[in-house]
Design a protein. Structure first.
Length: 83
């Protein structure tokens, strides 16, 4: 992937790459692929189900403050619900 394309992704001009490309980038950078994917607003198919949902919501750059608060409130409500 070229530096120009990465810059376009960072500026929101093009969509993030698919999961397999993120995994390859993570490998080259020696970085956790799930964190790069989360920063890109996607979830890899092999992501652990133990992902911290609150952290994912708070760290999602595609959400505005109202959306973030709505999702956090919904998550708290679901977690309080008896099983």
């Amino acid at each position: 992937m070229s530096a120009t394309n990465i810059s376009r992704i960072e500026r929101g001009l093009v969509s993030p790459p698919p999961g397999d490309v993120i995994e390859r980038i993570a490998e080259v950078l020696d970085a956790p692929a799930d964190q790069l994917a989360r920063a890109a607003g996607i979830m890899l198919s092999n992501t652990s189900p133990d992902i911290d949902l609150e952290e994912a919501i708070v760290g999602d750059p595609t959400l505005d403050a109202d959306e973030r608060e709505f999702l956090l409130s919904a998550l708290r409500l679901v977690r309080k619900r008896p099983s």
